[in-house]
Structure formats: C-alpha cells, structure tokens
Ligand binder design. Sequence first.
Ligand code: ATP
Length: 264
Amino acid sequence: MSAEPLLTVEGLRAAYGRIEVLRGIDLTVGRGEIVAVIGANGAGKSTMLATISGLLPPSGGRVRFDGREITGRPAEELVRRGLGHVPERRQLFGALTVEDNLLLGAYARRGRRAEREADLARVYALFPILRERRRQPAGTLSGGQGQMLALGRGLMGRPALLLLDEPSVGLAPLIVREIFAAIGALREGGTTILLVEQNARAALRLADRGYVLETGAVALSGAAADLMADPTVQGVYLGQTIAEGEAARDRVAGGASRPPATPR
Ligand code: ATP
C-alpha cells in the first residue's frame, strides 16, 4: 500500500432516525487495490457506501479521500473529485438509450466532447455489447447488460475510486464471472475499487484485501486469501461447514506466508 491510502474511514457512524446502522467502522483502501466488504443481509454494507459517497450524512467519524477530509461533503462534489458510486439498484433511466445513460455519467464532470468520446470508447471496449445496443432503450437490456451499463456509467465520471454495491446481485453465474472479470480489468486500468458483495467467494477471489461487516461494525479484516482460508468466513459466508473450513485453512497454512486475518 502507498504512504497514504486513497480512502481512509475512521469510526464511521450512521443512523436511520434513532436506529444506528454503522457503529464505528474503520477501513482503508490503498491506491490500486480492490478491497471487498462482505457480510450478511442488513449488516450495513450499502449504508456504508452511501455514507462514504455523500448520499447519507454520517452521525460520527471521518472520511478522507485523496489526501482531503470529505466527511459529509455532498455527492455531486465527490463525483467531481473522482469518487464514483454504482448503487445496488442500478438506477438506470429505462426510457433513455444506453448511450444517453452513459453520457449522464459524464455530466457532473463537464468534460470536453473529445474526452466524452474517449470515455465512451473505453466503456464500449470493456463491454462491446453496450456498443451494439447503444441506440436501444436501457429498459430493454438483460440484467447482466444493465449491470454493465451501470458500471460503464460510473466509469464515465473518470473515478479514481469506484464504490460498487453488489454488482453480482440477481445475475447468473456466467454473467457474474464476466462482470468480475471487467472489474479486474478496471483495476488493471488504474481504478481503485471498494466492492460490497454478498457473493463473498467471487469478491474475495478478486480482491487484495477484505473486511467482514457484522451489524454495522468490522468483525474481521485481512488479506483476501487469508479471509478465504478463515474457518469462520468459510462456515458463515462461503457455505462450508466449520470442519471443512478448518481443514482447508490447515492446507493453506502449510504454504502460506501471510499472517492470519486480523480479528477486530
Ligand atoms: P443488503 O445486502 O440487504 O443491502 P446491507 O449490508 O447492504 O444489506 P444496509 O442496506 O446498509 O445493509 O442496511 C442496514 C440496516 O439498515 C438494515 O437493518 C436495514 O433494514 C436498515 N435500512 C437500510 N436502509 C434504510 C432506510 N432507508 N431507512 C431505514 N432503515 C434502513
């Protein structure tokens, strides 16, 4: 990780009315990393992303991005500063064409036309099916194509950091693989990614590091490979029994040089 992480979250708290949903989250994302946050339904993953990206005001804690404090800054400002957020429910404009949906993603940046064309070309290179369908209404796309469009729209803002909320939700396994391959390609292209996922296996396979969120707090964190080898993670999030998880960890421990995942 570089000297200062691209994103630093310290003691982040958020509430809906009187109900506290984030109870002091600490997390970092280094430049060039993919960091996965896994956790059960309702653990607070989406709320955490919304609080970082300025959609929801925090009730406590601090967020630093790219060397500056951004706690509670409005989402439009953060998009201009290079913090993009692709929400879980994709939020596409179904009656607009695929290309118009993409161009809306470039709106906040107010870039020149040549830049927009270059950005469109980049998205179309990543997802050729979107080029084929660029004149079609977004509402006619399949679920996987809709997710590609949501990702592509997030990229049109040229984010340094992309927050991705459950990109695999509702998609068939083959399409999930395609989406995750594209996320890997984004990282190769220099985008840093904070990925929230219920598909823990796919997320940890792709990620450098991971955090396990339980009822609004970090329960476990570490290198993604170590989390995958952790018996509790395997038992609770990867669908294995604890005994299978322990056996797998012992096999990994034989050849691993990394420290174990850090309990918090
Ligand atoms: P999921 O994968 O189901 O989206 P999550 O880990 O992303 O789960 P959140 O969506 O952040 O969890 O929800 C955390 C808690 O906050 C849940 O108990 C949820 O019911 C509650 N919650 C989420 N959004 C709201 C809201 N707008 N108003 C009130 N409570 C909310």
